[in-house]
Write a protein that binds this ligand. Sequence first.
Ligand code: GDP
Length: 366
Amino acid sequence: MEIIYCQGCGAEIQTTDPEKIGYTPASSLNKEMVLCKRCFRLKHYNEIQDVAITDDDFLKMVSTIRDANGLVVHMIDIFDVNGSLIKSLPRITGDNPIILVGNKVDLLPKSTNQNKLTQWLRSEAKEIGIKVKDVFLISSAKGSGIEELSQQIDAYRENKNVYIVGTTNVGKSTFINRLIKQSSGYTDVITTSYFPGTTLGFIEIPLDDSSALIDTPGIVNKQQLTHYLSDEDLKIVTPKKEIKARIYQLNHGQTLYFGGLARIDFIKGDRQSFVCYFSNELPIHRTKLENADELYKNHVGELLSPPNQTTLEQLPKLTESTFKLNGEKTDIVFPGLGWVSISGSDTTVAAHSPKGVSVTIRKSLL
Ligand code: GDP
């Protein structure tokens, strides 16, 4: 087949995989102006849709941003900070300034201390070598924080382009669609100048005569828990509204299962509360530590679900990490799922999560 490039974003047109970049239905190929589905939707419905890219394309994208001059806005999901921070971001951005945006704050309990959350995001980014100029918390869905963020982007960008970068599912499209709606007068937001095979699905939304906001394809991170789950599982695991704390008074020798996706064992310490912050729909099951392995073996995929019987097959085995706590209120964080807050002194817990989706700890956010 002759290679055709999308007249909007410059991606190579393909007709086989709707999830991948450059997809267009075969029936649209004979049109005079061929657009990929993503650009088509943007042009006709003013709506951004996320596409995923491969590692190779990602590397090409890296060099494009590094050689450009502009502000990089890295959007992450505050429920999956480990999974949504892009470890190679410093390589991507070169000397360009980065601001970090934590999305989905509407899901946090009202009592969350946003300063602590901001500090934690900053330190997590720093740990993997990302130096950020500033950190913002927003809700793309509900709109909170967006206005301040837009103003700050405008100040930080110094009339240059803005690159919005993130893994899939962090809410990038929801954010950009909101910006498009807010700013009136965009009838044709697609860039007309393109360089076949090099722009890789960058979509430009003009900010003024000489600069633009550029939506980049979402990078897929294999370490995200969501990657192993079905749409049905995701409906249960992904919080839809503010999460409510579920509190369990535990003695040592007890275990909590979060569906069949994660587990925490209370190994040592005085009786205390385990305050659990997960999607309100995710079942939590309490059992004795001594029965916990057996329960999992016999009931994962049914009593302990999600996963279901099918997704179970692709889920990596649960692996265990041990944490010793010294009395400071601490969150045991299960990336992509939620966290458990504990404050006992001389306390030991073991946290189990699918291999590759590592559990971390932080100072409690409350
Ligand atoms: P993208 O892949 O980064 O473009 O992400 P999307 O914008 O498609 O959003 C991914 C999912 O997260 C969708 O189900 C959105 O409804 C949801 N989402 C996006 N932003 C928010 C937010 O601020 N709060 C909540 N609760 N959900 C959000």
